[in-house]
Design a protein around this ligand. Structure first.
Ligand SMILES: [Zn+2]
Length: 456
């Protein structure tokens, strides 16, 4: 039984780098895509021109709904700091009327993750991590960041990639989104504590996409009343990070390619086409007030970022001290506690892992991921019945993660409850057909006479 956990490795950001999609999932995705085939030629909302679109708006909405909650949870949930969360939502909402697709179901979240990133799902679920929020210096810069993500949604870049087939291949092949980036070590280290991310969906913007999103972003923020200097601040910040190129930014730049040319183009746009909006306000103070709580724990967040990078280098004891330092400043930080729990788990210190994941549950009860780490720790400690409770709780908070079902089955197996274990294993292999866990589930189902042969 131990063998199952040998496959458990860690990703620094909790984003699965090599999610393998089984054939059934691929067929499901293909079916989804072809259900939208009737969309055929669609008018691009931005250019007004007709464009070959193989997926419909319904596909965009469905994919967003299915994936974004899991990605947010992987990023340690929406902000514990609710006032800051509301502020980000307000800034984003103020920009919607100025977009080309004002009727999309947008949402604007801050997420607790400490690495530096922002992303958008195809129907408008947009998120920025605490890491990037700390790097911004005004509301106008935040609006430029949100504007850029809105640009991707409005120009339908995910749908475009899907139609070109590149995204489909990426999804079917279980793309390694870190490949070719400096954060390659993350890729090798990789995989998950059973967290679902959406690497493939978020992985494939082209340089042209980036240029278009930059221009759209600037249009939206300027029309929303912000000064162009905010966009210049954002690009300067990104350019600086790009030159430093630390592990904390590798995902950001592998999804949103950065270059000197992109920086130059954006800055010259701000000074030419959009120069009329130079005098519009930046709302620097409002941003500083809203992020005061976040900036108060800046050193803790930096410690967590460092620890995250050390984890990626498998320097677990150094990572542990760095987490410890961070938690001194921010003892009830959900992300910090949970990252520490993962660090302990990786070092096979399961009692400690359980302790930190229990603390994480306590400080942020509605978020699901802590239940997963807690459940895994309990399995290792042979507290199988308690583990089942954790996976049930995860399933209630965030349904749709096959990994939860597998591990609940595994805990039932530990309890000797073959009936319940079979039900979960059977459900699991309906969704995932490849990997160690699917193999384990299939083997047991064959042994127990539930199915005839492995893979059938
Ligand atoms: Zn981008």
């Amino acid at each position: 039984m131990k063998g199952v956990f040998k496959m458990e490795k860690i990703t620094a950001h909790g984003v699965p780098v090599q999610r393998t999609y089984g054939r059934r999932e691929f067929i499901k995705l293909s079916a989804l895509a072809s259900a939208g085939l009737l969309a055929g030629c669609a008018v691009n909302p931005v250019t007004g021109k007709s464009q070959l679109m193989l997926v419909s708006e319904d596909w965009e909405i469905q994919v967003d709904r299915q994936n974004s909650p899991h990605q947010f949870s992987t990023d340690y949930g929406t902000l514990q700091d609710e006032a800051l969360g509301r502020y980000i939502q307000q800034v984003g909402a103020g920009m919607i009327p100025h977009t080309h697709r004002p009727k999309m179901p947008y949402s604007f979240q801050g997420v607790n993750a400490t690495y530096i990133n922002a992303y958008a799902f195809p129907s408008g679920s947009i998120a920025a991590t605490r890491g990037i929020l700390l790097s911004l210096e005004s509301e106008a810069a935040l609006s430029a960041l949100i504007g850029h993500e809105l640009g991707h949604v409005n120009a339908r870049h995910t749908a475009e990639q899907m139609s070109k087939g590149t995204l489909m291949q990426a999804i079917a092949g279980g793309i390694n989104i870190y490949a070719g980036t400096k954060g390659e070590t993350y890729g090798q280290l990789a995989s998950i504590f059973g967290m679902l991310g959406s690497g493939a969906l978020l992985a494939s913007y082209s340089r042209d996409n980036e240029r278009e999103a930059d221009r759209l972003g600037m249009t939206y923020m300027v029309n929303s009343g912000y000064g162009t200097e905010g966009a210049v601040q954002l690009m300067t910040m990104l350019n600086g990070l790009h030159k430093e190129n630390t592990g904390a930014v590798s995902l950001l730049f592998s999804t949103h390619p950065m270059s000197q040319e992109r920086y130059n183009t954006a800055v010259s746009l701000a000074n030419s086409e959009f120069s009329y909006a130079k005098g519009q306000p930046l709302y620097r103070e409002r941003y500083m007030d809203s992020t005061a709580g976040l900036r108060k724990i800046k050193t803790a967040i930096e410690k967590f970022q460092q620890a995250d990078e050390l984890m990626a280098k498998e320097a677990y004891d150094k990572a542990e001290s760095s987490f410890k330092e961070g938690l001194k400043t921010a003892p009830s930080d959900y992300a910090g506690l949970l990252m520490m729990a993962k660090c302990q788990y990786t070092q096979k210190k399961y009692n400690q892992a359980l302790n930190f994941s229990e603390q994480a549950k306590h400080v942020y009860p509605r978020e699901a991921q802590a239940n997963h780490i807690s459940g895994l720790s309990k399995i290792q400690l042979k507290k199988f019945d308690e583990a089942v409770e954790d996976f049930n709780s995860y399933q209630n908070k965030l349904p749709g993660n096959p990994s939860t079902i597998f591990y609940r089955g595994y805990a039932y197996e530990g309890m000797g409850n073959k009936q319940k274990a079979s039900e979960d294993y059977y459900q699991y292999i309906q969704q995932v057909t490849e990997g160690e866990q699917a193999k384990h589930a299939q083997q047991r189902l064959v042994e127990w006479g539930v199915i005839k042969q492995s893979g059938q």
